[in-house]
Design a protein around this ligand. Structure first.
Ligand SMILES: [Ca+2]
Length: 189
């Protein structure tokens, strides 16, 4: 229902914009300044319409995937290397999923279990590519939560990308160019 409301609001904005445009072309007496104001107003409305479209797209993602706390997760259809997987998520307006605490990790694992059948593990947005042993998120920011499996990480400079196991949700470092399924996360504004 929220989606329908958004669309309705977007429609109203567009209607107002076209009315404003029509009015401006009718009133020949309008000064240059008046036209500038109108232009500004139309640009503002246009930005709002685009923002609404983005929110609508986000809601669609959330409906197709799952919504947990303030994030939506959507499982990948295919397997990709770590970099390609993250690029794919970014192209859709998200990032590789980054579990920030035990709750998020277990929600992510249960969604993965349902949606990524027949795989052992999946990429998460954590890596130590820039500085060996210093694991950060895909934005390069330090992370407070880690959930290593027993005796992990152990790949040294050969394994710099992190995967979570479907079975228990524990993490291990893996070779980044390996192709794995993944889950993108989208932050809800
Ligand atoms: Ca490493």
């Amino acid at each position: 229902m929220a989606g329908a409301k958004l669309l309705w609001f977007a429609f109203l904005c567009v209607a107002m914009m076209s009315m404003a445009t029509a009015q401006s072309s009718r009133s020949k007496s309008k000064t240059g300044k008046g036209k500038e104001d109108l232009k500004k107003e139309i640009n503002k409305l246009w930005r709002e319409v685009n923002l609404l479209k983005e929110m609508q797209a986000l809601q669609t993602v959330c409906l197709r995937g799952t919504k947990v706390h303030k994030k939506c997760y959507l499982a990948s259809k295919g397997a990709k290397s770590f970099h390609s997987a993250n690029e794919d998520c970014i192209a859709q307006g998200g990032t590789l999923s980054i579990p920030r605490n035990t709750d998020e990790n277990s929600s992510l694992r249960s969604y993965a279990k349902k949606s990524l059948t027949g795989v052992r593990d999946f990429w998460i947005g954590v890596n130590d590519m820039t500085s060996e042993g210093k694991f950060v998120d895909v934005n390069g920011m330090a992370i407070n939560y880690l959930n290593w499996d027993r005796s992990e990480p152990r790949g040294g400079t050969r394994e710099n990308c992190v995967a979570a196991s479907i079975g228990i949700g524990k993490w291990s470092d893996e070779v980044c160019r390996n192709e794995k399924r993944y889950i993108c996360e989208y932050l809800i504004p």
